[in-house]
Design a protein around this ligand. Structure first.
Ligand code: SF4
Length: 237
């Protein structure tokens, strides 16, 4: 259990979030410390060495249901076979599914293939950057659209996957079920992006959730957010 002293601190900070807005102090601290942490500990991942929207999209679709360490070798292999959007669009859907193996969730390769075909037919063989156009494509939801805009087009677009939801909920709202606060967390994710730094900030958020503020064993005692995190310290069951 958290000590009484800590409860006091939490109740005084609860007011830091009202509807979707976050007080400047915690907001700045979170932004600065997250970016600093990312500068020191951010992961070196292959899709961070490209800004090709097609390659970013492939990585994001692969990461939708699969852990990073399983995605990395398949990402290289898949792009070796289908290096461009046009190559993927020209392929047979069943061949794409075979190339996807053993990642699982077989609907994803078919959807990726259909996105490639649509991009070729409707958008001049490019991945659109417009959020409405992106989300009109089957297989691209709000998160994936935000990731493509942010990581391929360098826009300050918010993202909210399971990891990001968990981090934002714990830091600014405390313990509880993030799924019950989805719209508020989307608003927070947007509000927190430091202007012009959406790429690094969003990558940092995802790494932080995967490495420090993990679901089962968060490293609260070593966490740079611990002095203002509303969930600190998370009990490990
Ligand atoms: S103190 Fe714990 S719960 Fe809070 S952000 Fe850090 S790791 Fe997550």
């Amino acid at each position: 259990m958290a000590p009484a002293k800590n409860h006091k601190k939490k109740s005084s900070l609860k007011s830091s979030v009202s509807s979707s807005s976050i007080d400047r102090g915690p907001k700045r601290r979170f932004q600065n410390r997250l970016l600093k942490w990312y500068g020191e500990f951010g992961r070196d991942l292959p899709w961070r060495r490209t800004s090709d929207p097609y390659r970013i999209l492939v990585s994001e679709v692969m990461l939708q249901q699969t852990q990073v360490d399983r995605v990395v070798p398949k990402y290289h292999e898949f792009l070796g076979k289908y290096p461009t959007l046009l190559d993927l669009a020209a392929a047979k859907p069943d061949d794409v599914r075979k190339a996807w193996y053993p990642l699982g969730y077989n609907v994803r390769p078919y959807r990726l293939h259909s996105i490639a075909c649509e991009a070729v037919e409707k958008y001049g063989s490019t991945i659109p950057r417009d959020p409405a156009q992106l989300q009109s494509m089957k297989g691209i939801g709000r998160y994936t659209a935000g990731a493509v805009r942010s990581f391929a087009f360098n826009e300050d677009a918010p993202i909210l996957d399971t990891n990001v939801m968990r981090v934002l909920h714990r830091v600014f709202l405390g313990n509880g079920d993030p799924k019950k606060k989805t719209s508020r967390l989307w608003a927070m994710s947007e509000e927190l992006i430091p202007k012009g730094k959406g790429y690094d900030f969003n990558q940092a958020l995802m790494d932080f959730g995967a490495v420090v503020c993990t679901a089962r064993k968060p490293y609260c005692l070593f966490c740079p957010m611990r002095d203002f995190c509303q969930a600190f310290p998370v009990e490990i069951k």
